[in-house]
Write a protein of this length. Structure first.
Length: 163
């Protein structure tokens, strides 16, 4: 096995950024469907234990079963902004179950003062939501960005020097 990230030397039951790097060192995006969210007792790399919210995924069309993701505030907000936050009438599994998201490698700043890399920018898993209509919105934005104005021509009804 070729090691393309040091984190691959220390396997985990939960997905981390290194799981989104292929054997050639290239970053990839994982498109996954949320199965459910639950609180679990999680042990960190440093041996600390705590209750964390964990996101579980359904197997992909090819049969690959993604590892669960321990949620942080940033990723929870990213999902809620697309698929909705839990409310008194709709719990999180009703809202998010069966919804598709994309996991990709972003970055974060290390805030653990005990780490030798305190304050350094570190790779991290980030989430993009995929709402129904997301492709249509992307296409609309793409077509608007491609329609660039002709800055060499004055606006209609105006002549150079009309200011």
């Amino acid at each position: 096995m070729r090691i393309t990230d040091i984190r691959k030397m220390f396997p985990s039951d939960y997905i981390c950024h290194a799981d989104l790097i292929d054997d050639n060192g290239k970053r990839r995006v994982l498109r996954a469907v949320i199965d459910h969210v639950e609180q679990k007792k999680v042990v960190s790399d440093q041996g600390l234990t705590g209750q964390k919210w964990v996101l579980f995924f359904r197997p992909t069309h090819s049969g690959y079963q993604p590892k669960p993701l321990v949620l942080n505030v940033t990723n929870t907000i990213a999902i809620a902004s697309v698929h909705g936050p839990p409310t008194a009438t709709a719990d999180i599994n009703q809202l998010w179950g069966g919804k598709e998201i994309e996991l990709y490698i972003g970055s974060t700043r290390s805030v653990a003062k005990w780490r030798p890399v305190y304050g350094a920018t570190m790779p991290a898993i980030r989430i993009r939501g995929r709402s129904s209509g997301a492709e249509e919105m992307k296409e609309e934005l793409r077509s608007k960005s491609e329609a660039t104005p002709d800055y060499d021509k004055p606006p209609e009804g105006r002549q150079p020097g009309d200011d």
